[in-house]
Design a protein around this ligand. Sequence first.
Ligand code: NI
Length: 175
Amino acid sequence: MKKTILFHPDPRLKTTCAPVINITGDLRKMADDMLETMYDAPGIGLAAPQIGVLQRLIVMDCVKEEDADPAPVIMFNPEITASSQESEIYEEGCLSIPDHYAEVTRPKEVEVKWIDIEGVEQRQGFDGLWSTCVQHEIDHLNGKLFIDYIGVMKRQLITRKMQKLKRELARKKED
Ligand code: NI
């Protein structure tokens, strides 16, 4: 089932999420719902706090080619275990901050450890768009957004525009 994506500013997007202790049926269902919500948006990554669930769960699929098979990845308790010295700049966006983009500098490659949907520990290196995406999504679990990396002026401007958008959406709901 498709979920509603929270928009910045929202205190739930600024919260450090709790580790997942048991991968229950409910959490597996949640992961499926998150993938459905992400593909529908459309986006390449989604973190549980973005749908108001304050647990350490992210989903991603950074396959861009139209005719390629989907490659959904579900990660519980993802953790960066190593980062490259070399960094890379990507123009990032976020489903919780629609229509706003900014260049963010991050390590070019990272190694990530996580628990998969079967409860098995996985470890893998990521580069390119996958690397940017996994770092961006793990940030969400620590209450951090991509706009926290940019200058204060641009961040305030985006936040004001998002507040205005949220007021307009709330007003529409009332009508
Ligand atoms: Ni995001």
